[in-house]
Design a protein around this ligand. Sequence first.
Ligand SMILES: [Zn+2]
Ligand SMILES: [Zn+2]
Length: 641
Amino acid sequence: MKVTLPDGTPLELEDGATGADAAAAIGPGLARAALAVKQAGEVRDLARPLLDGEPLEVITAKSGRDALDLIRHDAAHVLATAVTELYPGVKVSIGPPIDAGFYYDFEFPEGVTVTEADFPAIEQRMREHLKAAEAFEREDVTVAEALERFRAEGQDYKVELIEDLVRDQGVETVSLYRNGPFTDLCRGPHAPATDRVGALKLQSVAGAYWRGDASRTMLTRIYGTAFFTKKELEAELERLEQARARDHRRLGRELGLFTFSELSPGSAFWLPKGTTLFNTLVALSREMGAERGFTEVKTPLLYESELWKTSGHWGKYRENMFVTETEGREFGVKPMNCPGHAHLYRQQRWSYRDLPVRYAEPGLLHRNELSGTLHGLLRVRHFIQDDAHIFCTEEQVQEEVQRCLEYSFATFDLFGFEMQLELSTRPEQRIGSDEMWDRAEAKLEQALKDQGLDYVLNPGDGAFYGPKIDLHTTDSLGRSWQLGTVQLDYSMPERFDLSYIGADNAEHRPVMIHTARMGSFERFIGILTEHYAGDFPVWLAPVQALVLPISDRHAGAAEGAAAQLRRRGLRVDVDARTESIGRRIREAELQKVPYMLVIGDREAQEGTVAVRRRHEGDEGTLTLEAFAERLEHETATRAGS
Ligand SMILES: [Zn+2]
Ligand SMILES: [Zn+2]
């Protein structure tokens, strides 16, 4: 038989040769490293005969996802091995690899509950099986044989699975995999032996209905993860721990920023500190927009269906909208600002001299996201975007796009986000002529090239109404987020019949540009909270300084100092509780307040404050005026990212 290796080299082997034979024929190093082979898109056991004529890839620890899935599936079997030994009478069901590791579902005998407290004992037993390097042996048996075996063992779930395979697929044989004392009904594939799993950890336990059916038995699902090396496992656990500590839902609660309620799913309740943070970002967007010629408008929340029919949302997007009715007329709550802005533009006659018109609106939007997809602030139903719409002439497009990009970079620089750009071009389903698309794409490309910006081309990923540039960033945990966008739109001006009078005195169609930087403030705050682990820079911190009177008799001086700072627009609180000063400082540190200002006898008398900077400690005594100037300067320059 003959197979081809990934580099194109043909490999001649004896008929009936296995994956292990192929690896050995290539070299002894590969024979040792081989875990499985991949042929015709399928990962197969080393011990199975090869498919003649098919290209062949040998899977080793370096093969990425395929290799990890393989040993995680091995680990799931080893988990079932340990659990069946430790809990006689347990019934096993299924145990696949998943993105983050693996799980196995069990039905424990009456009265037995397994919790995380039992993990060390189970892990210990699992490690013994890894150390024993037990081979995974595949055996193909008849359905009758398999049924007899699992019935005798009282493994009802396996029996049901086999019966379904017979009924749905008409199978006559099934495959079993044995490792040490445990045999599972399994399609495979598996690595040659259990010792290929280098390190594992059980992570959590949850209830899961058999076959996801709420009318069936609730099984116990044990989750774990596995890697080739201890080092990889430790890095992953460290990453998970960091992500947990930074989870914006948890920090939002701990820092008093926002909460959620089942009574309004997907809609945050902003507490005073969170509202301050929110308003600081909206103010930032207003200030930066105004500097760049954007004017703010306010448009309604509710529109008659007529508007949504014109915009096309009624046909394409209605399921994502909240709809209501009054006096026999149907209304939709806006999921985006664009149709309102197009309608607003239309209320007036425009000359080419008026363009570009740049409307910005931090308007309240609602989208009917399925409740199962909601996730903290990252996916909500109720939000406000920093979006804006530009109406301009065809000739102005390129400059406007460049200005939007500059606006985006200026915004993201403040947070230390590095941006990657993507240019998305014409999709299969689109409106407009090829000539229009040629022009629009060329303009975006030119805007990028003129500024010497690197970008990735994303062919076919544009919106149906025009091409776009998206800005992505990677946060401090290495996760990628799409933030800004600049989209050309030739459709909405058409649908709303928008026009302007050109220099030739004739009517022309403007181009509409949709652009946003932070996107929804809600999502952006979720991202920022995790990015900073709640430790916001001074200009963004909800409470910039906390004044701490040492004892009751300094409370008046503390209130006075806070009032003076507040009059200068600084965000200052006083903590005059009777707790010890040490304790109040510790709590302020936990609340991640950047500055603590301690006032005792000397400070009260001299009009000074003893300054403590979070992370830095004591910074000496300053006059209140000097501290105010310092804080003002840090706020105004938005120092620190
Ligand atoms: Zn399996
Ligand atoms: Zn828009």
